[in-house]
Ligand binder design. Structure first.
Ligand code: SIN
Length: 307
Protein backbone atom coordinates (compact mmCIF):
# COMPACT_ATOMS: atom_id res chain seq x y z
CA UNK A 1 0.00 0.00 0.00
CA UNK A 2 1.20 3.54 -0.81
CA UNK A 3 1.60 6.09 1.96
CA UNK A 4 -1.85 6.57 3.53
CA UNK A 5 -3.61 9.94 3.45
CA UNK A 6 -3.35 11.45 6.93
CA UNK A 7 -4.86 14.81 6.05
CA UNK A 8 -7.78 16.26 7.96
CA UNK A 9 -9.57 19.59 8.34
CA UNK A 10 -10.20 21.16 11.73
CA UNK A 11 -12.72 23.99 11.63
CA UNK A 12 -11.43 25.33 8.33
CA UNK A 13 -7.73 24.65 9.01
CA UNK A 14 -6.19 22.03 6.70
CA UNK A 15 -3.71 19.71 8.41
CA UNK A 16 -1.45 17.31 6.50
CA UNK A 17 -1.62 14.96 9.49
CA UNK A 18 -3.72 14.96 12.66
CA UNK A 19 -0.98 15.49 15.26
CA UNK A 20 -0.34 18.92 16.75
CA UNK A 21 1.64 20.25 19.66
CA UNK A 22 -0.30 21.04 22.84
CA UNK A 23 -0.03 24.65 23.93
CA UNK A 24 2.57 25.32 26.59
CA UNK A 25 4.51 22.10 26.03
CA UNK A 26 6.30 23.03 22.84
CA UNK A 27 7.44 26.62 23.27
CA UNK A 28 7.31 28.42 19.92
CA UNK A 29 8.40 25.34 18.00
CA UNK A 30 12.01 26.41 17.41
CA UNK A 31 12.99 24.77 20.72
CA UNK A 32 12.34 21.37 19.08
CA UNK A 33 14.14 22.24 15.83
CA UNK A 34 17.35 20.70 17.20
CA UNK A 35 15.65 17.29 17.31
CA UNK A 36 13.70 17.19 14.03
CA UNK A 37 12.05 19.25 11.35
CA UNK A 38 9.11 20.94 13.07
CA UNK A 39 7.38 21.14 9.69
CA UNK A 40 6.47 17.48 10.29
CA UNK A 41 3.71 18.55 12.68
CA UNK A 42 0.08 18.67 11.61
CA UNK A 43 -0.11 22.10 13.28
CA UNK A 44 1.86 24.08 15.80
CA UNK A 45 -0.02 25.41 18.82
CA UNK A 46 2.00 27.92 20.81
CA UNK A 47 2.06 28.89 24.47
CA UNK A 48 -0.87 30.79 25.98
CA UNK A 49 -0.54 34.41 24.89
CA UNK A 50 -1.95 37.31 26.89
CA UNK A 51 -2.42 40.99 26.17
CA UNK A 52 0.40 42.05 28.47
CA UNK A 53 3.62 40.14 29.25
CA UNK A 54 3.35 37.90 32.32
CA UNK A 55 5.99 36.68 34.75
CA UNK A 56 3.89 33.69 35.80
CA UNK A 57 3.48 32.18 39.25
CA UNK A 58 6.10 31.90 42.00
CA UNK A 59 8.31 28.77 41.90
CA UNK A 60 8.27 25.81 42.24
CA UNK A 61 5.99 25.62 39.23
CA UNK A 62 6.46 22.00 38.13
CA UNK A 63 6.22 18.80 40.20
CA UNK A 64 6.58 15.26 38.92
CA UNK A 65 3.87 12.90 40.08
CA UNK A 66 3.57 9.13 39.82
CA UNK A 67 2.15 9.25 36.29
CA UNK A 68 2.37 12.82 35.09
CA UNK A 69 3.26 16.35 36.09
CA UNK A 70 1.60 19.16 37.97
CA UNK A 71 2.23 22.64 36.60
CA UNK A 72 1.35 26.06 37.88
CA UNK A 73 3.18 28.16 35.30
CA UNK A 74 0.58 30.92 35.46
CA UNK A 75 0.66 31.81 31.77
CA UNK A 76 4.19 33.18 31.71
CA UNK A 77 4.64 34.70 28.23
CA UNK A 78 6.07 37.82 26.59
CA UNK A 79 2.68 39.26 25.59
CA UNK A 80 0.93 39.56 22.25
CA UNK A 81 2.88 42.58 20.95
CA UNK A 82 6.19 40.79 21.40
CA UNK A 83 4.70 37.68 19.84
CA UNK A 84 3.53 39.59 16.76
CA UNK A 85 6.69 41.69 16.41
CA UNK A 86 9.35 39.10 17.28
CA UNK A 87 8.25 35.48 17.58
CA UNK A 88 6.12 35.51 14.47
CA UNK A 89 9.21 35.91 12.27
CA UNK A 90 10.11 32.29 12.96
CA UNK A 91 6.93 31.27 11.15
CA UNK A 92 7.25 33.22 7.91
CA UNK A 93 7.86 30.61 5.24
CA UNK A 94 6.47 27.81 7.40
CA UNK A 95 4.05 25.50 5.62
CA UNK A 96 2.23 24.23 8.71
CA UNK A 97 -0.72 25.98 10.37
CA UNK A 98 0.15 28.14 13.36
CA UNK A 99 -2.48 28.26 16.07
CA UNK A 100 -2.18 30.82 18.84
CA UNK A 101 -3.59 29.97 22.26
CA UNK A 102 -5.12 33.14 23.75
CA UNK A 103 -5.86 33.67 27.45
CA UNK A 104 -6.74 36.43 29.86
CA UNK A 105 -8.37 37.57 33.07
CA UNK A 106 -11.22 39.46 31.47
CA UNK A 107 -13.50 38.87 28.51
CA UNK A 108 -12.30 42.18 26.98
CA UNK A 109 -8.74 40.86 26.99
CA UNK A 110 -9.68 37.87 24.83
CA UNK A 111 -11.52 40.17 22.47
CA UNK A 112 -8.59 42.54 22.12
CA UNK A 113 -6.21 39.62 21.58
CA UNK A 114 -8.42 38.30 18.80
CA UNK A 115 -8.59 41.76 17.23
CA UNK A 116 -4.82 42.10 17.31
CA UNK A 117 -4.19 38.64 15.85
CA UNK A 118 -6.93 38.79 13.23
CA UNK A 119 -4.84 40.61 10.59
CA UNK A 120 -1.69 38.53 11.21
CA UNK A 121 -1.44 36.35 8.10
CA UNK A 122 0.92 33.79 9.66
CA UNK A 123 -1.77 32.88 12.21
CA UNK A 124 -4.11 30.15 10.93
CA UNK A 125 -6.41 30.00 13.94
CA UNK A 126 -6.93 30.84 17.59
CA UNK A 127 -7.22 28.40 20.45
CA UNK A 128 -9.41 30.19 22.98
CA UNK A 129 -8.12 29.07 26.37
CA UNK A 130 -11.05 29.15 28.79
CA UNK A 131 -9.45 26.46 30.91
CA UNK A 132 -6.14 27.58 32.50
CA UNK A 133 -6.39 26.50 36.16
CA UNK A 134 -3.42 28.60 37.31
CA UNK A 135 -4.65 32.18 37.30
CA UNK A 136 -6.66 33.90 40.03
CA UNK A 137 -9.05 35.63 37.64
CA UNK A 138 -10.39 34.48 34.29
CA UNK A 139 -8.85 31.37 32.70
CA UNK A 140 -10.73 28.32 33.92
CA UNK A 141 -13.49 30.48 35.44
CA UNK A 142 -14.78 31.06 31.88
CA UNK A 143 -14.71 27.37 31.07
CA UNK A 144 -16.60 26.15 34.10
CA UNK A 145 -19.69 28.31 33.59
CA UNK A 146 -21.89 27.71 30.56
CA UNK A 147 -23.09 31.31 30.28
CA UNK A 148 -19.63 32.86 30.71
CA UNK A 149 -18.21 30.48 28.11
CA UNK A 150 -20.98 31.36 25.66
CA UNK A 151 -20.57 35.11 26.14
CA UNK A 152 -16.80 35.02 25.80
CA UNK A 153 -16.77 32.89 22.65
CA UNK A 154 -19.52 35.04 21.10
CA UNK A 155 -17.50 38.17 21.84
CA UNK A 156 -14.35 36.74 20.29
CA UNK A 157 -16.30 35.38 17.31
CA UNK A 158 -17.62 38.86 16.57
CA UNK A 159 -14.15 40.35 16.06
CA UNK A 160 -12.29 37.72 14.06
CA UNK A 161 -12.76 35.60 11.00
CA UNK A 162 -9.93 33.26 12.06
CA UNK A 163 -11.04 29.73 12.94
CA UNK A 164 -11.71 29.42 16.68
CA UNK A 165 -10.84 26.27 18.61
CA UNK A 166 -12.18 26.56 22.15
CA UNK A 167 -10.09 24.71 24.75
CA UNK A 168 -12.25 23.16 27.45
CA UNK A 169 -11.61 22.46 31.10
CA UNK A 170 -12.11 19.00 32.63
CA UNK A 171 -12.78 20.62 36.02
CA UNK A 172 -16.54 20.52 35.58
CA UNK A 173 -19.35 18.11 36.36
CA UNK A 174 -20.61 17.95 32.78
CA UNK A 175 -18.22 19.02 30.03
CA UNK A 176 -20.87 18.67 27.32
CA UNK A 177 -22.77 21.74 28.57
CA UNK A 178 -19.77 24.04 28.02
CA UNK A 179 -18.96 22.27 24.73
CA UNK A 180 -22.44 22.94 23.37
CA UNK A 181 -22.36 26.55 24.60
CA UNK A 182 -19.05 27.15 22.78
CA UNK A 183 -20.41 25.57 19.60
CA UNK A 184 -23.58 27.64 19.75
CA UNK A 185 -21.51 30.82 20.27
CA UNK A 186 -19.56 30.23 17.07
CA UNK A 187 -16.62 27.93 17.85
CA UNK A 188 -15.32 26.11 14.77
CA UNK A 189 -13.76 23.30 16.81
CA UNK A 190 -13.13 22.27 20.41
CA UNK A 191 -9.96 21.04 22.08
CA UNK A 192 -10.00 19.01 25.26
CA UNK A 193 -8.85 18.48 27.90
CA UNK A 194 -6.76 21.09 29.65
CA UNK A 195 -5.21 19.95 32.93
CA UNK A 196 -7.03 18.54 35.96
CA UNK A 197 -6.72 20.59 39.12
CA UNK A 198 -4.41 18.89 41.63
CA UNK A 199 -1.73 19.40 44.27
CA UNK A 200 1.24 17.82 46.04
CA UNK A 201 2.48 18.21 49.62
CA UNK A 202 6.08 17.99 50.84
CA UNK A 203 5.82 15.91 54.00
CA UNK A 204 9.20 17.17 55.28
CA UNK A 205 8.41 20.87 55.12
CA UNK A 206 4.71 20.07 55.66
CA UNK A 207 3.82 22.54 52.97
CA UNK A 208 2.32 22.41 49.48
CA UNK A 209 5.08 21.83 46.93
CA UNK A 210 3.87 24.28 44.30
CA UNK A 211 4.46 27.97 44.96
CA UNK A 212 0.86 28.57 43.89
CA UNK A 213 -0.40 25.60 46.03
CA UNK A 214 -2.66 24.17 43.29
CA UNK A 215 -1.66 23.18 39.78
CA UNK A 216 -2.85 21.34 36.70
CA UNK A 217 -2.20 17.63 36.26
CA UNK A 218 -1.23 16.29 32.83
CA UNK A 219 0.42 13.14 31.49
CA UNK A 220 -0.62 9.47 31.39
CA UNK A 221 -2.57 9.75 34.67
CA UNK A 222 -5.26 11.87 33.01
CA UNK A 223 -5.66 9.85 29.81
CA UNK A 224 -8.72 7.78 30.75
CA UNK A 225 -10.53 10.91 31.98
CA UNK A 226 -9.63 12.84 28.83
CA UNK A 227 -10.68 9.96 26.60
CA UNK A 228 -14.03 9.70 28.37
CA UNK A 229 -14.61 13.44 27.88
CA UNK A 230 -13.68 13.31 24.18
CA UNK A 231 -16.14 10.43 23.81
CA UNK A 232 -18.92 12.36 25.57
CA UNK A 233 -18.32 15.64 23.75
CA UNK A 234 -17.96 14.22 20.26
CA UNK A 235 -21.28 12.44 20.71
CA UNK A 236 -23.01 15.78 21.32
CA UNK A 237 -21.36 18.33 19.01
CA UNK A 238 -21.23 18.66 15.22
CA UNK A 239 -17.89 20.55 15.13
CA UNK A 240 -14.53 18.72 15.17
CA UNK A 241 -12.84 17.81 18.44
CA UNK A 242 -9.09 17.88 19.07
CA UNK A 243 -8.33 15.28 21.75
CA UNK A 244 -5.52 15.59 24.25
CA UNK A 245 -4.58 14.48 27.74
CA UNK A 246 -1.79 12.02 28.42
CA UNK A 247 -1.11 10.98 24.82
CA UNK A 248 2.33 9.33 24.88
CA UNK A 249 2.20 6.93 21.94
CA UNK A 250 0.49 6.35 18.59
CA UNK A 251 -1.74 3.79 20.33
CA UNK A 252 -2.93 6.47 22.77
CA UNK A 253 -3.57 8.87 19.88
CA UNK A 254 -5.56 6.20 18.02
CA UNK A 255 -7.76 5.68 21.08
CA UNK A 256 -8.68 9.37 21.06
CA UNK A 257 -9.35 9.30 17.32
CA UNK A 258 -11.52 6.22 17.61
CA UNK A 259 -13.41 7.93 20.46
CA UNK A 260 -14.32 10.73 18.05
CA UNK A 261 -11.39 13.17 17.92
CA UNK A 262 -10.56 14.45 14.43
CA UNK A 263 -7.02 15.35 15.54
CA UNK A 264 -4.87 15.08 18.66
CA UNK A 265 -2.43 17.29 20.55
CA UNK A 266 0.64 16.02 22.34
CA UNK A 267 1.89 17.83 25.44
CA UNK A 268 3.67 16.25 28.39
CA UNK A 269 5.12 13.44 26.23
CA UNK A 270 7.43 16.02 24.54
CA UNK A 271 9.27 16.51 27.84
CA UNK A 272 10.08 12.80 28.10
CA UNK A 273 10.65 12.04 24.45
CA UNK A 274 11.40 15.06 22.27
CA UNK A 275 10.60 12.88 19.25
CA UNK A 276 7.15 11.97 20.59
CA UNK A 277 5.24 13.85 17.87
CA UNK A 278 7.05 12.42 14.81
CA UNK A 279 6.95 8.97 16.46
CA UNK A 280 3.19 9.27 16.89
CA UNK A 281 2.66 10.45 13.29
CA UNK A 282 4.70 7.49 12.03
CA UNK A 283 2.85 5.11 14.34
CA UNK A 284 -0.55 6.24 13.05
CA UNK A 285 0.62 5.83 9.44
CA UNK A 286 2.00 2.37 10.30
CA UNK A 287 -1.31 1.33 11.85
CA UNK A 288 -3.15 2.48 8.74
CA UNK A 289 -0.83 0.54 6.44
CA UNK A 290 -1.13 -2.61 8.58
CA UNK A 291 -4.90 -2.35 8.58
CA UNK A 292 -5.25 -1.31 4.96
CA UNK A 293 -6.83 2.03 5.78
CA UNK A 294 -6.24 4.58 3.04
CA UNK A 295 -7.79 7.66 4.56
CA UNK A 296 -7.24 8.77 8.14
CA UNK A 297 -10.82 10.08 8.27
CA UNK A 298 -12.09 6.47 8.28
CA UNK A 299 -10.68 6.10 11.79
CA UNK A 300 -12.45 9.08 13.35
CA UNK A 301 -15.05 7.78 15.80
CA UNK A 302 -14.40 4.17 14.72
CA UNK A 303 -15.11 2.91 18.25
CA UNK A 304 -18.47 4.65 18.29
CA UNK A 305 -19.94 2.51 15.54
CA UNK A 306 -22.42 0.22 17.21
CA UNK A 307 -21.47 1.43 20.71
C1 SIN B 1 -0.17 27.80 32.74
O1 SIN B 1 0.54 28.60 32.09
O2 SIN B 1 -0.38 27.93 33.94
C2 SIN B 1 -0.80 26.64 32.05
C3 SIN B 1 -1.69 27.08 30.95
C4 SIN B 1 -2.97 26.31 30.88
O3 SIN B 1 -3.15 25.33 31.61
O4 SIN B 1 -3.81 26.67 30.08
Amino acid sequence: MNQPDLSVEIGGISLKNPVMSASGCYGYGKEYGAFYDVEKLGALVVKGTTLEPREGNPPPRIVETAAGILNSVGLQNPGVEYFINEEIRTFSGSSIPLIVNIAGNLEEEYIRLAEKLDPVKEVSGLEVNISCPNVKKGGMAFGTDVECAHRLVKGVRAVTSKPLIVKLSPNVTDITGVALAAQEAGADALSLINTLLGMAIDIHSRKPVLGNVLGGLSGPAVKPVALRMVWQVSEKVRIPVVGMGGIMTAEDALEFIMAGASAVAVGTANFINPLAIPDIIEGIAGYMIENNIREFKELIGAARKGA
